[in-house]
Design a protein around this ligand. Structure first.
Ligand SMILES: Nc1ncnc2c1ncn2[C@@H]1O[C@H](COP(=O)(O)OP(=O)(O)OP(=O)(O)O)[C@@H](O)[C@H]1O
Length: 266
């Protein structure tokens, strides 16, 4: 019997670098991310977490190296990728309902002029139920609490049934209840075989919901790009040494120990 072809990695990076207007902001990224894994993307402010996520979406420039997303270029893979941007990049003043916001997640696969139809409406209702907001569909988005808005945007990311999900600091500013809801949702989505990349400052979340970790360190000066401090399975890559390399003079928590790391400038 012929062997089944191995599934393409969800993300393949070959010495990839990303940036804006020709200026590299994060570099030397290499590795294959297995389909169905959950990766915690961890690093200090400015190390390039959001830039990498935008690179996967084809929104930041690939300034060198190679990237494949689900075996394709970022642009071709785009309709298979769901994204939850950072909360502070959201416009909450638009007079739209939560249902409308979630429906926007279908536009990429439908095209802007195609009607949503019964199956689209069903998908929107299912996505809203999944994040626990079925009763809020008709509410104005801007009037929801921060945690509810976050879950609404997650429903928007889920409505088109993505294979790869990118979550940019989704736990920031959430209270305990919303945080637990989101954590179990991440675990559930992964159990369904989706691949998840979640950027976070919180090592506890990495430990509870993720299989792999990519630690980014910032450059020594603001103009130097960020770079990986470690990449691999959670157990191998999330070590105190790697965390200390990535974070300079920062207090972090690992295994319920609070550690202040410091790194001598090379
Ligand atoms: N649109 C942009 N144009 C030019 N430079 C940018 C842009 N977005 C981010 N940068 C720069 O790229 C570098 C990496 O920023 P990025 O937002 O990716 O880091 P981050 O690790 O996500 O940080 P944080 O934890 O603060 O969100 C920073 O020096 C930042 O100033």
């Amino acid at each position: 019997m012929a062997a089944m072809p191995a599934a393409a990695p969800a993300l393949a990076l070959r010495d990839a670098a990303f940036g804006y207007q020709g200026v590299t902001r994060v570099e030397h990224l290499s590795g294959d991310l297995p389909a169905g894994s959950a990766v915690a993307l961890i690093g200090p402010n400015g190390s390039g977490k959001s830039t990498l996520l935008r690179g996967i979406l084809g929104l930041a420039e690939l300034t060198s190296g190679e990237i494949e997303v689900l075996g394709q270029s970022p642009r071709h893979a785009r309709r298979l990728v769901g994204s939850l941007p950072q909360a502070d990049s959201r416009d909450t003043t638009l007079p739209v309902t939560l249902r409308h916001v979630v429906t926007m997640g279908l536009y990429r696969s439908l095209g802007p002029v195609r009607p949503v139809g019964a199956s689209g409406r069903r998908a929107v209702s299912e996505a809203l139920a999944r994040v626990g907001l079925a009763d809020f569909a008709g509410r104005r988005f801007g009037e929801l609490s921060g945690g509810q808005q976050q879950r609404g945007i997650l429903a928007r990311a889920l409505v088109a049934d993505p294979q790869l999900l990118l979550l940019d600091e989704p736990f920031n500013g959430l209270d305990r209840e919303n945080r637990e809801v989101l954590l179990s949702l991440v675990q559930e989505l992964r159990a369904e075989g989706r691949t998840i990349i979640v950027s976070t400052h919180d090592l506890e979340i990495a430990k509870r919901a993720c299989t792999h970790v990519l630690l980014l360190a910032s450059g020594h000066t603001p103009t130097q790009p960020g770079h990986p401090a470690a990449f691999g399975s959670l157990d191998e890559a999330l070590t105190l040494e790697a965390v200390a390399h990535a974070f300079q003079d920062t207090t972090v928590e690992l295994d319920h120990h609070t550690v202040t790391t410091s790194r001598e400038l090379e």
